[in-house]
Design a protein around this ligand. Structure first.
Ligand SMILES: Nc1nc2c(ncn2[C@@H]2O[C@H](COP(=O)(O)OP(=O)(O)OP(=O)(O)O)[C@@H](O)[C@H]2O)c(=O)[nH]1
Ligand SMILES: [Mg+2]
Length: 508
């Protein structure tokens, strides 16, 4: 195909993609998008209810009890997570509003190491669009807002682009020119990362001097997992040769040979495939690499330099990328919210909240077990403390049974208090005044041995009843925590399944 005709076809394609689908289709698409957004918002509301449901302080447990503190920490964690998610969502605001500013256009991220030739390629495409009478607008971002300018992007041999900038080509395409990857200023890399969210497709540029450094794709992994198409572009595909001009040796720039370009393209293709496999990304996102020289295309006017420098093939490749990019662009508002919910919200639920809930559940189970063991331990200890005192009390009060009974009852009460204090300290137990002030004893006429045996039985019975009642009270005090913990876990699992279903439906 004639190169100029090819260029015009490309421009027509870009302009055509901006016109978008027919009105009826568009309305249906908007309605669909609206309903998906509503589903995602409903999901957020449900989650909010789940997180604010549980863990009011339990009356049977002291605030100092480790379980009460653990529950309180969980409650706090639910609040903190919600605040963090709100913050993360507003951090995406610049990328969201950038996408909104260019709502009817496909945004391609131009991405690659510094000096890869990103700004040069953007400027070159701008020149071609302008040459064909298409509108071209340059812009950069300042404080998250789009600022338009007439100036082309700066190009340079040193690291040049420090801000996110771009250009609108015709009415359908936006190129986002990013600061160089792995660039010396970490803020640049961070800036790029923040805006990648708004892109619908990715142009990955690398210079033909070292093409396809696939570790660079690590930075794009998140976007690639979102099924955005990836077009590798090998730039600066030219070399300097020495030529004799008018009897003098001169240095001339030449296109790399077809064979050399084909070799490099195949190599980048193979390595990109390997990298995507390693990252667990569907290979269908990858388009065939294209090798170009902007300098050669610029060197002379006319169709042949354009074709020979690889630009015609680049046009075709970009035109092909625009179809999946447009599909993504049309569902982008829902995608952006979904990513936030999957990557910020659900991820924190899985890695932070559910493990914390699990720990609380285990702690509650262990405490129930400890309570049962402590009943026997308290009984043994109290028995060992009270029984040796009985013979002395019997000697003292054998002829005054009501005093004996009151003394033993007081001894037992004191010992119960002591055991409760040391074993069940974190619980709010009712005071022991309700316990009988005396023990029921037979008349003294039964003789000292029988009286002692009766006393022992009465003490055992008192201890057993009081300690069992105390343990039961504690055990019941835990129950209002057990249920919400289990319920919250179940609700969160349900939320996770629901989000997965909404995501699957969105991408179908
Ligand atoms: N030989 C040759 N050099 C090129 C070509 N395209 C760009 N360059 C040069 O490569 C250098 C970097 O170009 P830029 O377009 O500024 O590269 P960039 O990727 O935007 O760089 P940063 O903004 O620093 O990340 C400049 O000196 C360009 O002149 C090309 O096709 N051939
Ligand atoms: Mg640049």
């Amino acid at each position: 195909m004639n190169a100029m005709a090819g260029e015009q076809q490309f421009l027509a394609h870009v302009v055509g993609s901006a016109a978008g689908p027919a009105a009826a289709n568009d309305q249906a698409r908007r309605a669909h998008l609206h309903s998906q957004l509503l589903q995602l918002q409903a999901w957020q509301t449900t989650l909010q209810q789940v997180l604010s449901s549980a863990f009011s302080p339990e009356p049977g447990i002291q605030p100092s009890h480790p379980l009460a503190q653990q529950a309180q920490a969980l409650h706090q964690q639910c609040q903190d997570l919600q605040a963090r998610w709100a913050q993360q969502w507003s951090a995406l605001q610049p990328a969201r509003s950038l996408a909104q500013d260019f709502e009817q256009r496909e945004i391609l991220l131009v991405f690659g190491k510094f000096n890869a030739g990103k700004s040069s390629l953007c400027n070159f495409l701008a020149e071609r669009f302008a040459a064909q009478g298409q509108p071209v607008r340059f812009f950069h971002l300042a404080d998250g807002a789009v600022v338009e300018s007439d100036e082309p992007l700066r190009e340079g041999a040193t690291e040049t682009t420090a801000r996110l900038q771009g250009l609108c080509l015709g009415t359908g395409l936006v190129l986002l020119d990013t600061p160089g990857l792995h660039s010396v200023t970490p803020e640049n890399a961070a800036l790029t990362q923040r805006f990648t969210e708004s892109a619908d497709g990715l142009l990955w540029l690398s210079s033909s001097t070292s093409p396809g450094q696939v570790q660079e794709l690590d930075e794009l992994a998140r976007e690639l997992r979102r099924n955005k198409p990836l077009l590798p572009v090998i730039t600066r595909s030219d070399l300097i040769e020495e030529d004799e001009v008018d009897g003098e040796i001169q240095k001339c720039l030449r296109n790399k040979t077809e064979a050399n370009r084909a070799l490099q393209e195949a190599d980048v293709q193979a390595r990109a495939q390997g990298k995507l496999r390693q990252l667990g990304i569907d290979l269908s996102v990858l388009r065939s690499p294209v090798s170009v020289s902007v300098h050669m295309a610029r060197s002379q006017p006319g169709p042949y330099p354009l074709a020979n420098a690889g630009l015609l093939r680049l046009y075709t490749a970009i035109a092909k990328v625009l179809a999946p990019a447009q599909a993504y662009q049309q569902r982008k508002p829902a995608e952006v919210l979904l990513h936030h919910l999957e990557e910020n919200v659900q991820c924190a639920i899985d890695t932070e909240l559910l493990p914390q809930l699990q720990r609380l559940q285990v702690a509650l189970d262990q405490e129930q077990e400890r309570l049962q063991h402590s009943k026997a331990a308290m009984l043994r200890a109290a028995w060992r403390q009270t029984i040796p005192a009985l013979p002395g009390l019997l000697d003292l009060y054998a002829d005054r049974l009501h005093v004996l009974s009151a003394e033993v009852a007081a001894l037992v009460r004191g010992e119960i208090r002591e055991q409760l204090r040391s074993h069940l300290g974190g619980y709010a137990l009712p005071a022991l005044q309700a316990e009988p002030a005396t023990l029921g004893l037979p008349p003294a006429t039964v003789g000292p041995d029988a009286l002692y045996a009766t006393l022992q039985n009465a003490v055992r019975e008192q201890l057993e009843v009081a300690l069992a009642a105390a343990v039961d009270t504690c055990s019941h005090a835990l129950e209002p925590m057990v249920l919400p913990v289990a319920q919250m876990q179940a609700h969160l699992r349900q939320c996770s399944q629901d989000l997965h279903s909404v995501g699957t439906a969105l991408r179908a």
